[in-house]
Write a protein that binds this ligand. Sequence first.
Ligand code: ARG
Length: 465
Amino acid sequence: MSNRMWGGRFASGPAEIMEEINASIGFDKRLAPQDIRGSLAHVAMLGKSGILPSADVAAIEDGLKAVRAEIEGGGFVFKRELEDIHMSVESRLTEIVGPTAGRLHTARSRNDQVATDMKLWVRDTIDSLDEQAAGLQRALAEKALAHAATVMPGFTHLQSAQPVTFGHHCLAYVEMLARDRGRFRDARARLNECPLGAAALAGTSFPIDRHATAAALGFDRPTANSLDSVADRDFALESLAAASICAVHLSRFAEELVVWTSAQFNFVRLSDGYTTGSSIMPQKRNPDAAELVRAKSGRVIGALTGLLIVMKGLPLAYSKDMQEDKEGTFDALQALSLCLAAMTGMVRDLEPNADVLARAAGSGYATATDLADWLVRELGLPFREAHHVTGRLVGAASAKGIGLEELSLSEMQEAEPRITDAVYAVLGVENSVSSRTSYGGTAPDNVRAQATRWLTLLDAPSAAA
Ligand code: ARG
């Protein structure tokens, strides 16, 4: 049997493989709510514009609502021969209301319909990702406030560099998430033009009101060029790009959690809720959730790359290639949502091991820069010379296998005779972090102020970032 939606000029139906490669219903059925919402806006506009009589509009509206109820109730049967969600809904509508259903597709095509549906889905999804990212920011800012003064080693090259505080480290991710949320908002602002009414590619000869459908669907305005309207998937690409960067941030944090929870580091403890055991090694507490967050960034980046490659050679306007936008976009944004949820849970529950962190913060000559700064500040040495003197002291201490603060004053004075015992005050890790009061620095007071600023911002009604 030929397709009952477009099969007028076809004598026979598609080959089995044709049907299989062509069908998108297996994955685009999730667009049902958006598809029906779009159709309701379209048919109402057709009525108001005098294109359809109000009796037809009412019949179609009732029918669409009945279809929606069937889908929501799980009683709807999706059939592969109907290809996609648009034809599945219309076909069922026809069964319910009869031939009047055929008027719904006046002044519309599946090309503008699918672009509209996808935009609505992506818009809803990035709104909820933004909310989840705000939740993770809140969890991190709360941890930061609780651990504003908990010292830990700060790293460069994964080598102990200078002491920082655990709260400061948490707030670094709050900043990254703020940029992620900014990118979602930017993508949303550009996305928010309605393609409905562009029809197949050229617009329509019917006197439609695109401003009305745009407004009914919560868009800022209709798209201005009909070719671009049906050929554009920038909104999916931009959202995937924003999602990829966010996923990379989460992956970096996940990597830190994996390293930090190892017995060798033992910096933090994840809760039982976010670790798993080994079936053979009873001592193990594996950070599986963090590992999976790290891994899932691959799917998100893969979806972005995949869709860029799908789009890169397409002439205007619509090509069926664009049907391949869906699975990757659905999967990637869903994966990111799961990662955000898992990270939020892990952060809420995790506890830094303050003793271990303090010990590690003091090792590796992490306060060498503080010593050099002291030589500059108190003795007026040029920084380069202070760096050199400090290097000799680090060498002396490391030759004896002791910390800088364990060198005697006379040993210090061998490197620089003007050193006094006031130097010992800057060699402690606590002194080091509290001295970093420059804007954005790790001093506990700074961290407390920043964490509080974030918590206030996040609690504001707009949850601004
Ligand atoms: N299922 C199609 C898609 O997702 C809908 C648009 C089909 N348009 C067409 N001219 N065949 O892209």
